[in-house]
Design a protein around this ligand. Structure first.
Ligand code: HEC
Ligand code: HEC
Length: 447
């Protein structure tokens, strides 16, 4: 990479950098018409460090040292937490500059080592407490990165799914509805027929499905089965509707004519329990090999993908949802925040949508960190989560680290049904030509 070219231009939703280099990443970017032309950035004045040099006692051990370089020196400045949580200032004094060991002691209770994202520090700032940029979620994400780096979780993916063990229970105990409705007719059905018939039958003036109060017991029985739970009668919808949702309870003997939900619910539960008790447990075929049991509701939906997040240099989550800044929450200073301009709108579920002329671009002063770190390692990777708006646009640039339209260090783009990757090196021209191109039959519709 050539350091004379800076200016981090990006035209996607989700951008992040990693691998001792840049990595950009976009979710849900609908790029159409090729985005904006590449423009050369103005040089901005570099941010000034408002923290004084540290002259206090050295870190007492390796963990204090890790705290010092990963978290403390990022937050102790007088324009960060150090404005208040300094020595002699607001307690807890985790950002004190006189003694890093005392700052460390004050910081420990504010950090959750097993669930760093649940750290008081992260939650407090995420909740709107003195974020140094406009969006508290950006500060919370950045603090989390620093805390993870300190406690040694930094190399692990911070977006991995947290698995929770389900209740340990044996299989078996299953009951099946008998084909014959007779038992239902003498237990639950009388209550339904008496108190729910005003609506839950097809002949009612205000007919309401399911028709479990039908005059035809077979029809009622079929409709009632999914509203009862034979192994746990108190989980039956018939019972819950009365007990907790106060859905058309009826008056009972002691209620003086007023609807009595506890009384109705108890009567319904007794009827369902009597019905269930009369049904034998269906034994499991002993020739089967069985595992422990899990019900559908106990299954947890694992959401979100994992991501390898070690050595990120720039990372954009697009969580802010409004305004004209997409924050860099990599935790690597300076933050190369992207300014949104032109035809860019926020998309739900963390993303931006880019149409012709729209772009998200970081200033040269901040994005220079990318060139510096890339050159140190000689390696980089770019990750972008994107969805193209169409498969007809050509030269639609998704992510680019470039100086102009003809000088590109790295560019990821879409050309009709193909993705192309320009990576400038000794065997390409200054624009990164020839690019690496995906196979045509793969298409550009996926990620
Ligand atoms: C303008 C002054 C100010 C700044 C700047 C500031 N804080 Fe605070 N902080 C306070 C005050 C005042 C309290 C006590 C009242 C409260 O809990 O809100 C506090 C309380 C806290 C607490 C709660 C401690 C506890 O035990 O409940 C945490 C955590 C915290 N701050 C974290 C931070 C972090 C992290 C930063 C930097 C991003 C920061 N604060 C910046 C003033 C500040
Ligand atoms: C005055 C009309 C009316 C009466 C009487 C009535 N319901 Fe309903 N019921 C509704 C309506 C409307 C819905 C659909 C909207 C809803 O779920 O609340 C419904 C839906 C239901 C459902 C299906 C939805 C679910 O959450 O599972 C159940 C079960 C139910 N009622 C139970 C009863 C029982 C038991 C009785 C008699 C004790 C009863 N209802 C009496 C109007 C009535």
């Amino acid at each position: 990479m050539n350091s004379t070219e800076q200016g981090f231009l990006m035209r996607v939703t989700h951008l992040f950098a990693r691998g001792a280099a840049v990595a950009l990443l976009a979710t849900l970017a609908a790029c159409s018409g090729g985005g904006a032309a590449t423009t050369v950035n103005q040089q901005a004045t570099p941010p000034t460090d408002t923290a004084q040099a540290y002259t206090g006692p050295p870190p007492a051990n390796a963990d204090v040292q890790a705290f010092k370089i990963n978290l403390w020196q990022n937050i102790r400045a007088s324009n960060r937490c150090g404005a208040c949580h300094h020595e002699g200032g607001q307690s807890p004094q985790f950002a004190r500059s006189d003694d890093v060991n005392l700052a460390y002691q004050a910081a420990l209770p504010l950090v959750n080592l097993t669930r760093p994202d649940q750290s008081l520090m992260v939650l407090k700032v995420g909740g709107g407490h003195n974020c140094w940029v406009a969006d508290p979620s950006a500060c919370a994400s950045t603090l989390l990165v620093w805390i993870q780096a300190w406690i040694g979780a930094g190399s692990a993916s911070s977006t991995s799914i947290q698995l929770t063990a389900p209740v340990d229970q044996a299989a078996g105990g299953g009951k099946q509805y008998p084909a014959d409705p007779t038992a239902f007719e003498s237990t639950v059905y009388p209550l339904l027929k008496q108190y729910c018939v005003g609506c839950h039958t097809s002949s009612s003036a205000s007919a309401q499905q399911p028709y479990f109060a039908s005059a035809n017991p077979a029809e009622a029985y079929a409709a009632a089965q999914s509203k009862m739970n034979l192994s746990q009668p108190n989980q039956s919808r018939f019972y819950e509707r009365l007990a907790t949702e106060f859905h058309h309870c009826w008056p009972t003997s002691g209620s003086g004519g007023a609807p009595d939900c506890p009384g109705s619910a108890a009567a319904m539960l007794a009827a369902i329990t009597a019905f269930a008790n009369g049904i034998p447990v269906t034994p499991i075929d002993p020739s089967l090999v069985i595992s422990r049991a899990l019900t559908l509701q106990q299954g947890t939906i694992a959401e979100g993908g994992n991501r390898y997040e070690a050595n990120l240099v720039a990372k954009y989550m697009f969580q802010t949802g409004q305004g004209s800044t997409a924050y860099d929450t990599s935790g690597v200073t300076p933050a190369a925040d992207l300014a949104l301009s032109g035809n860019v709108t926020w998309a739900g579920g963390w993303g931006i949508t880019l149409a012709a002329g729209g772009k998200a671009q970081a200033p040269t002063s901040a994005s220079a960190k990318i060139a510096t770190m890339l050159q140190a390692s000689g390696e980089y990777s770019i990750e972008a989560w994107v969805a193209p708006a169409n498969v007809t646009q050509a030269n639609a640039y998704i992510v680019s680290y470039s100086g102009s339209n003809t000088t590109r260090d790295a560019t990821l783009g879409q050309d009709v049904t193909q993705y192309e990757g320009f990576a400038r090196s000794s065997v390409t021209d200054t624009n990164g030509n020839p690019p690496l191109i995906t196979a045509t039959n793969g298409g550009a519709a996926g990620e």
